[in-house]
Design a protein around this ligand. Structure first.
Ligand code: ASP
Ligand code: MG
Length: 411
């Protein structure tokens, strides 16, 4: 008998009919003899709707009050799912984050889980009940309701699985697993049977939206076997694990991630003296703007050009700051470009294979795509290119690294 945590996302509980379908599914697992803890999101669109209401009152809603409100979305679905289970003869009980006691810090709208009291849940499981827990929410030491950031129900699921030492945390969603890349861009993309936490973390932070990043971090840290599955289709899904051993047979690259969320800023003709990087980026970070890729190059006239990327939402603010910096340090000019995209290849296989980056550059060269910036880590290579070439680049790389699904008969 296994203990399984099953998390169902917003689309999986988006209507009463779907909640009934989820109940059917949970019932089958329960009847097979497993102990089940279910974590649910709010009905799809509900969290956005609630935030919209708050914004009609004030542009920047008070975080504490926002949490009181948005946490109601999940409170509705836990009750409905429990009813649907009980109606089917499956004993079930719902819990809010507070009732479990998922203790978090007090950072409203982006709280971190500090501890989980598993006593109530264990007692219910022992009594044969399915426990249905509200995702995305917790409570701080003063009893204030907190939420864990958008997509936070994934993190609730994983954290509960870790606390309960569950055999598996299953994330049910509207796709049947993690793909080599977004199938909307590359129809030949394939579902991965397995991917490591590290790779998944890179994929998630580089733009793949299947799992909330923090949930993957959490799963990796506590070694919780995580599986992404389709809510209403049968299939093995994708298992996310620690072990790399079976990746011997796997391709060097596991996936290709991309995003259009960044913008590029350049400051030119900066006198090349010690401390310039700090002078340029200090004011940017003081403004709480996160910098992603950085490139610096020194010209023969002893000046340097310095380029970095930020999130597009921060572009205007960053450009203003950079222009002021240019004046104060005597640089030639500060410019920017939002017309860029980042494409990354990800794979633990890179550790043991040489020439992966050059193979990537070759594939892009063949399509005459200009590379503007490059950054690498042990298991990824990212490039910045002009946005209009994004899809072409992703397709070319998918083919170059032999990730395309074999054509089916008759195609
Ligand atoms: N309902 C929350 C959101 O929409 C949490 C979640 O769905 O995971 O962000
Ligand atoms: Mg979600």
């Amino acid at each position: 008998m296994a203990l399984i945590v099953q998390k169902f996302g917003g689309t999986s509980v988006g209507t009463v009919e779907r909640i009934e379908q989820v109940a059917e599914k949970v019932k089958k697992f329960r009847e097979a003899g497993d102990d089940i803890v279910v974590v649910v999101s709010a009905m799809s669109g509900e969290t956005n709707r609630l935030i919209g209401l708050a914004k009609q009152i004030m542009d920047q809603p008070i975080p504490r009050e926002l949490d009181v409100m948005v946490s109601t979305g999940e409170q509705v679905t836990i009750a409905l799912l429990s009813m649907a289970l009980i109606k089917r003869g499956v004993p079930a009980v719902s819990y809010t984050g507070n009732q479990v006691r998922i203790l978090t810090d007090s950072s409203h709208t982006k709280a971190r889980i500090l501890s989980i009291d598993d006593a109530n849940i264990r007692a219910d499981l022992k009594a044969g009940r399915v426990v249905v827990v509200a995702g995305f929410q917790g409570v701080d030491e003063h009893g204030n309701i907190t939420t864990l950031g958008r997509g936070g129900s994934d993190t609730t699921g994983v954290a509960l699985a870790a606390a309960l030492k569950a055999d598996e945390c299953q994330i049910y969603t509207d796709v049947d697993g993690v793909y080599t890349t977004d199938p909307r861009v590359v129809p030949q993309a394939q579902r991965l049977d397995k991917i490591t936490f590290e790779e998944m973390l890179e994929m998630a932070s580089l733009g793949s939206k299947v799992l909330q990043i923090r949930s993957v971090e959490f799963a990796g840290k506590y070694n919780v076997p995580l599986r992404v599955l389709h809510s209403f289709q049968e299939g093995p899904g994708t298992l996310i694990t620690l072990d790399e051993e079976e990746s011997m047979e796997q391709p060097i690259i596991s996936g290709i991630a991309f995003n259009r969320d960044e913008a590029k800023l350049t400051i030119r003709g900066v006198p090349d003296t010690p401390g310039v990087a700090f002078k340029i980026l200090g004011p940017i970070s003081a403004a709480n703007i996160e910098v992603d890729m950085i490139v610096q190059n020194v010209a023969h006239d002893n000046t340097t050009d310095f380029t970095f990327t930020v999130h597009r939402n921060d572009y205007q603010a960053a450009l203003e700051i950079l222009k002021q910096t240019a004046t104060s340090i005597g640089a030639r000019e500060a410019t920017g470009d939002t017309n860029i995209a980042k494409v990354s290849i990800v794979g633990v296989g890179m550790r043991s294979h040489a020439g992966v980056a050059s193979r990537m550059f070759e594939a892009l060269a063949k399509e005459t795509i200009n590379i503007q910036m490059i950054s690498t880590s042990e298991i990824k290579v990212s490039v910045v290119i002009e946005e209009k070439y994004l899809e072409l680049a992703v397709r070319a790389l998918h083919t170059a690294f032999e990730l395309d699904a074999p054509a089916r008969q008759g195609e």
